[in-house]
Design a protein around this ligand. Structure first.
Ligand SMILES: *Cc1c(COP(=O)(O)O)cnc(C)c1O
Length: 372
C-alpha cells in the first residue's frame, strides 16, 4: 500500500488561532509580559486543579525544572538514574556537577528497575532520578521504600506524565519533586514550557526564587538562581490549551486502542498494555520488534515505513549512556544495562496525535502487518 501524504510521529496540539487573539490583546493592553504576571498566576492555579497537585511552578521549558529541582534539594555527589530517557534527564545532573549512575530498566515497562537500585548505591549517592517513560508509572512505592531506607531524595522526570493518575491520584505527587515538559511534541504544550511540582509552600517559594535569579526581594538574592520564568504569552496559551487537552487525550486513546486491535496478532511485534488502575495520557505508542520472530530488524522496518512516508521515531535510541559525555562512566558499560540495550534496539514509536485519522492508523498497521 502506498501512502502519498507524509505521516509524522507527532503533530502539535493547537487551539483555533482566533481564540488566542483576545489573550494577546489583553497582554498588549496590560504590557505585563513576564515576571509572575496574571496569566502566569492563573495557569499555575488552573494546573494545580487540573493535575490534582498542591503546588506547581511554571518554567520556560522542561529541562530547567530538572536543573532547579536538583538545586532546590541541594543534591550532590551521585544520582541513580536511567539510560532509557531523553538526554535532558542526565544532562540536568551533569550541569549540576553530579555524577550520573545508570541502572538498568524493567523490560516490561521501560522504567528504572527498582530491584537494581540498591546495588548501585554508594556513600556518595544522594538521590534517585527515575523517568515515567511514555507516561507509564514507575514503581513509585518500591522506589520510595528504597529512598526512605537509604535517606535519598527522589526527583521524577515526569515529562511524559501530564495528567496521568494512579487510582485517582496524580502520578505527579510521587517523589519529593516531579518535573513536566510542555514542549511542542508533548501531550500538552505551550510551544516550549515546563513545570516543577512540589508538596509544600516553602519548597515552592525556594523554587520560585531559584527560577528568578535567586531574588527573594528587591535587593536580596538568596541563591545562585537561573532565569527559568514562563512569559505571559505562553502562560495565556497554556490556559487556552487546557480547554482542549481532555479531547486530545481521548483521541489519542482511540488511536492507541486501534493500533492494539490491529497489531495484536502480528508475530514478533509487541506493545505495552494499559494498566487498569491508571488514567493514561497516550503520549506515545511504542512497539517492540523482535527481529527473529518478525523476520525483519527494527531498523529495516523503520526504514521501510519511512520509504512509505510513515515517520516513526526510535525513542529512545541510542541510550543516554552511549553518548560521548557519558559512555566512559563505569555504569554506562553495556553489560550493566542489558535490558535497556535490548529495548533501545527494538523500539519504534508509531505516529500518534489527535489529528491522526483512524484510516491512517489502519494504513500504518497494515504496512507493519504485511511487512509492506
Ligand atoms: C521532553 C523531555 C524533557 C525535556 O523537556 P524540554 O521541554 O524539551 O526541555 C525531559 N525529559 C524527558 C523524558 C522528555 O521527554
Amino acid at each position: 500500500m502506498n501512502n502519498q501524504k507524509k505521516i509524522t510521529v507527532t503533530s502539535p496540539l493547537l487551539p483555533p488561532l482566533e481564540e488566542f487573539i483576545p489573550y494577546l490583546e489583553d497582554i498588549w493592553k496590560s504590557k505585563w509580559l513576564t515576571n509572575n504576571g496574571p496569566y502566569h498566576q492563573e495557569l499555575e492555579r488552573a494546573l494545580c486543579s487540573y493535575l490534582k497537585v498542591p503546588y506547581i511552578s511554571l518554567f520556560t521549558n522542561g529541562t530547567l525544572p530538572l536543573m532547579v529541582a536538583i538545586q532546590a534539594l541541594r543534591i550532590t555527589g551521585e544520582v541513580i538514574t536511567t539510560p532509557f530517557s531523553f538526554v535532558a534527564t542526565t544532562h540536568s545532573l551533569w550541569w549540576n556537577g553530579i555524577k550520573p549512575v545508570f541502572v538498568d530498566i524493567d523490560p516490561k515497562t521501560g522504567n528504572l528497575d527498582p530491584e537494581k537500585i540498591e546495588a548501585a548505591i554508594t556513600p556518595k549517592t544522594t538521590a534517585i532520578m527515575p523517568v515515567h517513560v511514555y507516561g507509564n508509572p514507575c514503581n513509585t512505592k518500591r522506589i520510595e521504600e528504597i529512598a526512605d531506607t537509604y535517606g535519598l531524595k527522589v526527583i521524577y522526570d515526569a515529562a511524559h506524565a501530564f495528567g496521568v493518575e494512579v487510582e485517582g491520584e496524580s502520578l505527579l505527587n510521587a517523589g519529593d519533586l516531579a518535573t513536566l515538559s510542555f514542549h511542542a511534541t508533548k501531550t500538552y504544550n505551550t510551544f516550549e514550557g515546563g513545570a516543577l511540582v512540589c508538596h509544600d509552600a516553602k519548597t515552592k517559594q525556594r523554587i520560585d526564587y531559584l527560577k528568578n535569579f535567586g531574588f527573594a526581594g528587591e535587593t536580596t538574592v538568596v541563591a545562585p538562581g537561573i532565569n527559568g520564568k514562563m512569559d505571559e504569552v505562553r502562560a495565556a496559551f497554556g490556559l487556552l490549551q487546557l480547554k482542549y487537552v481532555d479531547d486530545a487525550i481521548a483521541k489519542r486513546k482511540a488511536i492507541a486502542q486501534q493500533y492494539r486491535e490491529q497489531l495484536k496478532d502480528v508475530k514478533g511485534i509487541t506493545f505495552l498494555e494499559d494498566f487498569p488502575e491508571v488514567r493514561h495520557n497516550y503520549s506515545y505508542f511504542p512497539i517492540f520488534v523482535d527481529e527473529k520472530e518478525y523476520g525483519m530488524s527494527r531498523d529495516e522496518l523503520y526504514e521501510k515505513l519511512k520509504a512509505h512516508n510513515i515517520y516513526g521515531r526510535r525513542y529512545f535510541y541510542p541510550l543516554i549512556s552511549e553518548f560521548s559525555t557519558y559512555r566512559g562512566l563505569p555504569s554506562a558499560a553495556k553489560e550493566n544495562l542489558p535490558n535497556a540495550h535490548k529495548i533501545a534496539n527494538e523500539v519504534i514509536c508509531l505516529p500518534i496525535y489527535p489529528e491522526l485519522d483512524l484510516n491512517e492508523v489502519t494504513l500504518i498497521s497494515n504496512s507493519i502487518k504485511n511487512k509492506l
